[in-house]
Design a protein around this ligand. Structure first.
Ligand code: NDP
Length: 321
């Protein structure tokens, strides 16, 4: 299957971002290389990672190997990584991005996101979850605008083609949009059939910001904040029924639905047949009637409540959106 099959969405930076990418959270060295290599062979060109996932180096090795073998071109790839919360202070932003670039073995990333509006105290580059003397999360309150200005400099210096935000709420995004010299091109937030983020999506659209859906399959194997009472999205009877009608799997229906609703999706898998199946979503269409049925599932269900940073003054999910 050709990589050209994945449509691209135009960002306000002028870049074109594939609407399907491979997520890599919780993909470690034993399986991330195989997953990324296979995904590139299948035709994925968009890879989502983050400094905090600890797998940039593995991804960099695979990407470099594929480029050197002439199997992919750097300009066809869309690589996304994220600034971790311990690096919000202006003096840490560009050095942290340069570390990510070195890990990824590239001169620029296509999209650089601020991972989380909650800043943490910088102690050293490997301590991602610093705690104070009482063992509480050690927060840092760098003004988001000061961090953002450094991301703008990263664009000026050619280190990032586009810049954006992740896990920011409307109020926090609005503040950046009002004073930014370079507007955010993309917002990455949890989004799936149980949590379509319609108000935030509409707000972003008004401001020319695209929305990437993380946890698009309902993050069935997430590690944190697992509530055993949460319904399993992939097993929802409405999704299962529509999948049968379409001759597709529940995962394919959930991804296709998000794309039809204007979201960019980054399903994660380390399993080859799932990586391939998650890519095979451009050869069918969910009917308006079934789109309406899927719309009926929306229930503001957050699988990732981020309660580990709920005491931060910038905790984003206190606001309704
Ligand atoms: P997803 O909704 O993508 O679910 C991933 C899980 O679903 C994996 O355990 C995978 O299993 C399984 N899976 C994948 N494909 C299928 C399929 N076809 N059928 C059944 N099960 C399947 O959740 P994630 O939390 O991983 O979110 C996706 C990506 O979003 C992340 O990997 C990361 O890149 C990003 N993200 C960003 C966050 C942020 O704060 N900005 C937070 C969370 C995620 P297996 O691997 O075993 O095949």
């Amino acid at each position: 299957m050709s990589a050209q099959i994945v449509p691209r969405i135009l960002l306000n930076s002028g870049q074109r971002m594939p609407v399907l990418g491979l997520g890599t959270y919780q993909s470690k060295s034993d399986n991330v290389k195989e997953a990324v290599s296979y995904a590139l062979d299948v035709g994925y060109r968009h890879i989502d990672t983050a400094y905090s996932y600890g797998n940039e180096q593995d991804i960099g090795e695979v990407v470099q190997e594929k480029i050197q073998k002439g199997l992919v071109k750097r300009e066809d790839l869309f690589i996304v990584t994220k600034l971790w919360s311990t690096f919000h202070k202006p003096e840490h932003v560009i050095p942290s991005l340069k570390k990510s670039l070195a890990n990824l073995q590239v001169d620029y990333v296509d999209l650089y996101l601020v991972h989380n509006p909650c800043g943490f105290k910088y102690t050293d580059e490997s301590n991602l979850f610093p705690t104070d003397a009482d063992n509480n999360v050690w927060y840092d309150q760098t003004d988001h605008m000061d961090t953002w200005k450094e991301l703008e400099k990263a664009v000026d210096q050619g280190l990032a083609k586009s810049i954006g935000l992740s896990n920011f709420n409307k109020r926090q995004i609005e503040r950046i949009v009002q004073s930014a010299r370079i507007k955010p091109a993309n917002l990455q937030v949890e989004c799936h059939a149980y949590f379509m983020q319609k108000p935030l999506f509409d707000f972003c659209k008004q401001h020319g910001i695209t929305l990437t859906a993380y946890g698009p399959l309902g993050a069935p194997t997430r590690l944190f904040s697992v509530n055993p009472n949460d319904p399993v999205l992939l097993e929802d009877p409405v999704v299962v029924e529509i999948a049968k009608l379409c001759g597709k799997t529940p995962a394919q229906v959930l991804l296709r639905y998000l794309i039809q609703m204007g979201r960019i999706v980054i399903p994660k898998s380390k399993t080859t047949n799932r990586i391939k199946a998650n890519f095979e979503i451009f050869d069918f269409e969910i009917s308006p009637e079934n789109v309406a049925k899927l719309g009926g599932l929306d229930r503001h269900l957050r699988y990732y409540p981020f309660d580990w940073c709920k005491d931060s003054v910038e905790f984003p999910f206190r606001d309704s959106y």
